[in-house]
Design a binder for this molecule. Structure first.
Ligand code: SAM
Ligand code: SF4
Ligand code: SF4
Length: 353
């Protein structure tokens, strides 16, 4: 699909490649109740690991203020993420504050689902529209291995059920695929959620950060994933829903729903990447694979006005030329050689995917 065929939304700020800033992913905590092997390996993030101290973390007033400024610059969608966003105290209070911001059309949340069953109703009441729930396998042992915790998929599945019951839909299920780990369970995952009408999105394992030991040969490409599922359940491609959609969509030919693949490694989608990210400690990051971000928290806490902060954000976005995945793809030898130790990169749990 050539995205230039889709209408590009107008926005007040665009980057060096003409990409507007439409989405803001807000990481509300760097802590997590899981230790997924590909994100926060337990051997690194052990008992003694020091997460951000409370004074470094943006409070709700600060998050709301920044979100409002971003909305004024063209952002229409917010995604709340982490770490695990549901471990942040009083999260529904934040959602309620964000849902009152002019210009914000959509608020979503990405969660591992462990605490979702008890929080779904409050989140919905607060104004959350939909959830994406991460679940890598329905197989008890594989789920435990990948989550780095002695939890099978049950609690997450209960969370999904409750989210559906309270109307946090469409529900998307994100499944990171790792060769030799969970790739033999993808058809089971597809079948289970096909029967329940939820959209599974299979994500190619990415070289985010420097700590998960990523290797190119652990990546199962979107093409392989689609072939594997298509052999069991015939599929046909679908058009993107909107400009900048990260997943490539397919529908089941029997009309029972759709799946997606997020092919960040084999088919990069930098060309229409409209996503800005705000870390838990208030840094603006313009690419998932960035080494650092601009410290908006210090600017804000030093007394800058909304206009000054907006000017800073615009200035950063207008100079943005990130296209890490395209550069990686154009030189897979480079990826193989460097694996994920090539240069310092922010870790996934700090920017939330
Ligand atoms: N804790 C929440 C969760 O797991 O949904 C939100 C934050 S998590 C960092 C966001 C998403 O990033 C999850 O769907 C997770 O599976 C995905 N993710 C983390 N590390 C990844 C990697 N190396 N490659 C691909 N996806 C990854
Ligand atoms: Fe936690 Fe999500 Fe990272 Fe897993 S992927 S360790 S649930 S932040
Ligand atoms: Fe966007 Fe960076 Fe990912 Fe490319 S690599 S799609 S610029 S976040």
């Amino acid at each position: 699909m050539n995205f230039s065929e889709l209408a590009k939304p107008t926005a007040s700020v665009t980057d060096k490649f003409g990409r507007p800033m439409r989405d803001l992913r807000i990481s509300v905590t760097d802590r997590c109740n899981f230790r997924c092997t590909y994100c926060m390996p337990a051997e690194i993030y052990g008992e003694r690991y020091e997460f951000l101290p409370k004074p470094e973390i943006l409070n709700f007033e600060e998050i709301e203020r920044l979100a409002r400024i971003f909305a004024g610059l063209g952002v229409t969608k917010l995604r709340i993420t982490g770490g695990e966003p549901l471990v942040r105290a009083q999260l529904p209070v934040l959602i309620e504050r964000l849902s009152g911001i002019d210009g914000i059309e959509d608020i979503a949340l990405t969660t591992n689902g462990f605490l979702l069953a008890k929080m779904a109703a409050d989140l919905k009441t607060a104004g959350l529209e939909r959830v994406t729930v991460s679940l890598d396998s329905l197989d008890e042992e594989i789920a435990k291995h990948m989550s780095g915790r002695p939890y099978g998929p049950e609690r997450t599945l209960e969370g999904i059920e409750e989210a559906a019951r309270v109307g946090l839909d469409p529900i998307k299920i994100d499944t990171v695929v790792q060769r030799g780990i969970n790739d033999h369970t993808l058809v089971d995952t597809a079948r289970y959620f096909k029967e329940r009408g939820h959209i599974v999105r299979f994500i190619e394992y990415m070289d985010v950060g420097n700590r998960n030991g990523w290797k190119l040969d652990q990546v199962v490409t979107a093409k392989e994933i689609i072939e594997k599922i298509g052999r069991e359940f015939p599929l046909e491609p679908l058009e993107p829903n909107y400009y900048g959609e990260v997943a490539t969509r397919y529908r089941y030919k029997d009309g029972s729903g759709e799946i997606g693949v997020i092919a960040s490694v084999s088919m990069p989608f930098c060309g229409d990447c409209t996503r800005a990210r705000l870390t838990t400690d208030g840094k603006l990051v313009t690419c998932l694979f960035a080494s650092s971000g601009k410290d908006l928290k210090s600017l804000m806490r030093s007394g800058a006005s909304d206009e000054e902060i907006a000017a800073e954000i615009s200035g950063i976005w207008s100079k943005r030329s990130d296209r890490y995945s395209e550069l990686r793809e154009s030189n897979t030898e480079w990826s193989k050689r460097n694996e994920n130790g090539s240069r310092p990169k922010i870790e996934m749990y700090q920017i939330g995917g």
